[in-house]
Design a protein around this ligand. Sequence first.
Ligand SMILES: Nc1ncnc2c1ncn2[C@@H]1O[C@H](COP(=O)(O)OP(=O)(O)OP(=O)(O)O)[C@@H](O)[C@H]1O
Ligand code: SF4
Ligand SMILES: [Mg+2]
Length: 335
Amino acid sequence: MRSPEPILSIQGLKKHFKLPTKGFFGREKPVVRAVDGITFDVIPGETLGIVGESGCGKSTTARLIIDLIHRDAGAILFEGKAMGEALSPKEYRRHVQMVFQDSFASLNPRMIVRDIIAFGPMVHGMPQKEAEELAYSLLTKVGLDPARFAGRYPHELSGGQRQRVNIARALAFRPKVLILDEAVSALDKSVEAQVLNLLTDLKAEFNLTYLFISHDLNVVRYISDRVMVMYLGECVEIGPVDEVYAHPRHPYTRALLSAMPSMDPDKRTMEPPLAGDPPNPINPPPGCRFHTRCRFAEDVCGTVSPVPTVRGSMHFAACHIGTPGSGHSRAGETT
Ligand SMILES: Nc1ncnc2c1ncn2[C@@H]1O[C@H](COP(=O)(O)OP(=O)(O)OP(=O)(O)O)[C@@H](O)[C@H]1O
Ligand code: SF4
Ligand SMILES: [Mg+2]
């Protein structure tokens, strides 16, 4: 089966942050390999979840994709057009918007809600009156009565209300892709559920595609069609969410999921949970980056980087065990 044309195609994306500290003995400054050659497609209309431990590069990936920080290498194609080449960054940014976790920091404290939402479209040339009408209508769409909320300042809102304003502000650009970086993580569970339902409704109404970043594996399972698992700046597994959760292929994914509480005793895995912290992204381990923590690691894992291999429809994992002829004693076995 041929997969649909991607709305976003991320190809070999890299971001290495140079740290201001000096290297030893005049050596080069250390670099954090925050995102280190990530390639994946986003299918129109899907929600692609992104998971992985703290520091694995999820937010950096998101910031690179919305062009908030400049990539060191790689290409971002939107509907087949390369951003910065066939598609100008300004036009691209209108199509791809982001909602951040910290709802306070991302709202201008000196602007009322109506103006916060209307600002973006006005910068893009919409007349003030029309932009304000749009703001009122979007407030209604995100469940905030414009009569009560349009004139308020961010500090006069609850966390859930602020996040609704952030969503309305992003939607004001009429984007096709919305990146949600821990967008519901700071909310109380009941408010989180309401905002998740709102996101589901808005996605259908506005034909949106979501990239949904969260450390909460249950929420990702609930909202996503596919999921991508990151480890130390790399994508180690990607596939349909039900398939990845039921049959994870990568030992890291298995360990990550085993830490997830399950209500169903039959679903509890016997996999030992992850031990220790991830290695330092300044000096990531050679070969498979997970080999320092993997219970299946063999010599080949410490020297050769595994290439992603397909398992089933659109289910990829980067592990020598899944790759026939890789040199791992279990090569070709179903992990
Ligand atoms: N501006 C920066 N300068 C230097 N290092 C950075 C910068 N931004 C991020 N990093 C580093 O890059 C790595 C990836 O960070 P990132 O914020 O993308 O992780 P994350 O997966 O979003 O983590 P979390 O789940 O905690 O939000 C981390 O090691 C982080 O310390
Ligand atoms: S390549 Fe080797 S170290 Fe990496 S996950 Fe697979 S078995 Fe473990
Ligand atoms: Mg983050």
